[in-house]
Design a protein around this ligand. Structure first.
Ligand SMILES: [Zn+2]
Length: 363
């Protein structure tokens, strides 16, 4: 990101062993090799009853949820929760359509909400709101406190808060608010080049039957089909739980409407996310973990192993055999400063996260 200095993190190992990062067992071996000691420390820390709260900040589609969930999978799913404010609000959007559940929420808010708007006005704006209007911060905090209490005592990765300038200062007192007052808290800032987000959106494809999500360019399935009339390549869904796959049908994965426009429709949101990150970067007195998704291409060989770099898939149709050949190469993108970069797969970013967490928490 322009103007912010996120350090490069070395994950290259001397042994030169290769791991299959697409497979859960392969990922476990990988993490054991790259951060075994730190994983044990973090696990012991959480299992002895300690918790912490981390504010995840990064642009929309920067992988916040992916990193937090992968960390939980590696350390201990029972001790780490990824809590998304956006998901919470979306779930309440449904809940308030049900009269009984709506009454219960109103009852709760009557007893617990403090703020400038009266409850009727809030419920009315909630009913009429578009996805772009934000609910009052005081309301979000009241609801988040209630939902987080239901999780039990866990380390929390809070996603989607702060989402506005005024919420940054609220975040500094958030742990007191949810009764985590003596627990360490920290910010996790994720830097992902805009071009990476753009291409992730543009090449995203989903299975129309099972909604399995892949990428024509960045995450191919095993089988690819070529359509002569359209002169287009299609990934074939390979999700074993997909009804089409189970019926032996070749289900083509397709682009969701609007995705072909890339980041254009969410540009405003991305700019705001960037502005918030820059503010959070300046904060004093609260530890920060800095994660970067991209590495200048001329430094990649020195600090990462080949398989840690996101590949790009290119397809070639062989007229003679009628088969599609898939060619894999390192994906190159320009970052926000115009430097040619490679993009890291999620596991090496999580290795960096684990090591920085252990340091910040002093364990
Ligand atoms: Zn499917």
């Amino acid at each position: 990101m322009q103007g912010l200095d996120f350090p490069l993190f070395k994950t290259k190992s001397d042994e030169g062993k290769k791991f299959d990062l697409s497979d859960p067992a392969g990922r476990r071996e990988y993490f054991e090799c790259k951060a075994g000691d730190e994983i044990n420390k973090l696990r012991d820390y959480l299992r002895s009853g300690n918790t912490f709260i981390a504010y995840l900040m990064g642009k929309k589609s920067s992988g916040k949820g992916t990193y937090a969930k992968m960390l939980a999978e590696i350390i201990d799913k029972e001790k780490i929760a990824h809590f998304s404010i956006g998901d919470m609000i979306r779930s309440f959007d449904e809940v308030i359509k049900d009269p009984a559940q709506r009454a219960e929420i109103e009852e709760f808010l009557k007893a617990n909400y403090r703020g400038f708007l009266d409850l009727d006005a809030i419920m009315k704006s909630w009913d009429n709101r578009s996805t772009k209007t934000l609910l009052p911060t005081e309301l979000i905090l009241t609801l988040a406190k209630r939902e987080i209490a239901k999780l039990g005592k866990k380390a929390i990765f809070l996603d989607g808060f702060p989402r506005d300038l005024d919420q940054i200062s609220y975040a500094l007192f958030f742990r007191d608010l949810i009764n985590y007052r003596d627990d360490p808290d920290l910010f996790i800032l994720i830097d992902v080049p805009t071009t990476v987000i753009d291409e992730r959106v543009k090449f995203r494809v989903i299975c129309p039957v099972c909604q399995n999500s892949r990428s024509l360019k960045l995450l191919a399935t095993k089988e690819v089909e070529y359509d002569k009339t359209e002169n287009k390549f299609y990934l074939i869904c390979d999700n074993s739980a997909c009804p089409s796959v189970q019926a032996g049908k070749k289900e083509r994965m397709v682009t969701k409407e609007g995705d072909e426009q890339g980041i254009a429709p969410i540009k405003e949101r991305l700019d705001k996310d960037e502005m918030l990150m820059k503010e959070a970067y300046k904060l004093q007195g609260i530890p920060k973990v800095l994660l970067r998704n991209s590495i200048p291409a001329d430094k990649t060989k020195d600090i990462t192993d080949d398989y840690e770099i996101t590949p790009e898939y290119v397809y070639n149709f062989d007229e003679k055999t009628g088969k599609v050949e898939t060619i894999e190469k390192a994906w190159e993108v320009k970052d926000d400063e115009g430097t040619v970069c490679n993009s890291l797969m999620p596991p090496p970013v999580v290795v960096s996260l684990i090591k920085q967490l252990v340091k910040v928490l002093g364990i």
